[in-house]
Design a binder for this molecule. Structure first.
Ligand code: PMP
Ligand code: GLN
Length: 378
């Protein structure tokens, strides 16, 4: 058959996790916690199953969950989304991204992404016949010069994908960024897909600049969130999409045919769990401590740490250690030193190797300490 995605191979996250398992390496590659989620959450799922939540949930999501998401969003951001018409529960952030892009992108439409970028954006755009226009962020700060973004605009520009806090760089967008973006798109019909799956993972008293805080952006944005990150349960594959009614109406037309609805017992459990803000509000501090702990440990290594303002990823340059390509270096780290990471070149479409690798620090401190012991020998 003719490949719909020529040039695309198995995602780096599967490749590195598989290699880590084969070589019995400590897996700091794919982003997922190595500790259990809250047992209370599991009890709530058990209870929901016993209570009979075992058949299809309503297509847009369990009413209790969409209501409680609306409440959570309003508590956090003082912004209202209508649970019936503007919130859709999805199979993780990934399906929300896929569905939002499918809702909007037609043959020949252009989408601007910021690289290094999460690896699902570009293939999804291409699958839809869209064109990826890339803005390359430069290490170590990965900041955006919005005048340069403007140069990417054409009559075909349909969408911009934002991701703050960003995977893999841990960079975040500021209020100045948002103001510049507002100016840039005013008078255009460009839409925004704002991937905010790491919204709570933001450090040093900085504030998450959700697009929903800016009415000019909110009215043209799909916002993607993930319960995998919020609840330390990435395997549950549950998330949601916030968007104004007109966008949500079209989003749901696609959603109903690519998944219809998602796990009803887990939706019921999560709805009850997030009703209590104390169950998730500490997550920023929790990960900030891990970031600081891990950075402290690596300070004694030859890796040069890049800034990390958010997400659960720490990037590091190994240019003082080796001139190898980052893919080769990461494979050698697994085989010779027993630590799996992600080569950041995997987040670019064109081979772009800045000699930087990404560590996931959503791990037990004992795992991080063990990994650091090994990394000090590199
Ligand atoms: N966006 C980003 C930036 C991610 O890092 C991830 C994966 N962790 C996702 C989306 C997908 O989230 P989910 O696992 O909920 O599908
Ligand atoms: N988002 C996770 C990461 O960046 C992995 C998601 C996946 O494996 N698809 O590591």
């Amino acid at each position: 058959i003719q490949s719909k995605l020529p040039g695309v191979s198995t995602t780096i996250f599967s490749v590195m996790s598989k290699l880590a398992a084969e070589h019995n390496a400590i897996n700091l590659s794919q982003g997922f916690p190595d500790y259990p989620c809250d047992p209370m959450l599991i009890d709530l799922v058990n209870k929901a199953m016993k209570d009979g939540f075992n058949q299809y949930a309503p297509m847009p999501g369990s009413p209790l969950l969409t209501r409680n998401i609306a409440e959570k969003v309003e508590n956090l951001y003082k912004v209202k989304y209508n649970p019936d018409t503007e919130i859709t529960v999805t199979a993780g952030g990934t399906q929300a991204i896929f569905t939002a892009l499918t809702t909007i992108i037609n043959n020949g439409d252009e989408v601007i992404i910021f690289e290094p970028a999460y690896d699902s954006y570009a293939p999804t755009i291409k699958l839809l016949g869209g064109l990826v226009k890339t803005y390359e962020l430069a290490p170590p700060n990965y900041e955006i010069d919005w005048d340069m973004v403007k140069k990417l605009f054409t009559a075909k520009t349909r969408m911009i994908i934002l991701n703050s806090p960003q995977n893999p760089t841990g960079s975040i967008l500021s209020d100045n960024d948002m103001q510049a973006l507002i100016k840039l798109i005013s008078g255009t019909d460009i839409l925004i897909l704002s991937d905010e799956v790491y919204e709570h993972l933001i450090y040093d008293e900085q504030k998450h600049q959700s697009v929903m805080l800016y009415p000019e952006l909110k009215e043209r944005s799909f916002i993607v969130a993930s319960f995998g990150k919020l609840l330390h349960a990435t395997g549950w594959k549950l998330g949601y999409c916030l968007a104004p009614e007109t966008l949500t109406k079209e989003f749901r037309k696609i959603h109903q045919f690519n998944v219809f609805s998602v796990n009803s017992a887990m939706q019921q459990a999560i709805a009850q769990y997030i009703k209590e803000p104390a169950n998730y509000l500490g997550i920023g501090n929790f990960f900030q401590e891990k970031r600081d702990y891990f950075r402290g440990l690596l300070a004694e290594s030859r890796f040069k740490l890049l800034p990390c303002n958010g997400s659960y990823f720490q990037c590091a340059s190994y240019s003082d250690i080796s001139e190898e390509k980052d893919t080769d270096f990461s494979i050698r780290l697994i085989k010779e030193f027993g630590v799996a990471t992600i080569p950041v070149s995997a987040f670019y479409q064109k081979a772009t190797d800045h000699k930087i690798i990404r560590f996931c620090f959503a791990k037990e401190n004992s795992t991080l300490a063990l990994a650091a012991e090994k990394l000090k020998n590199v």
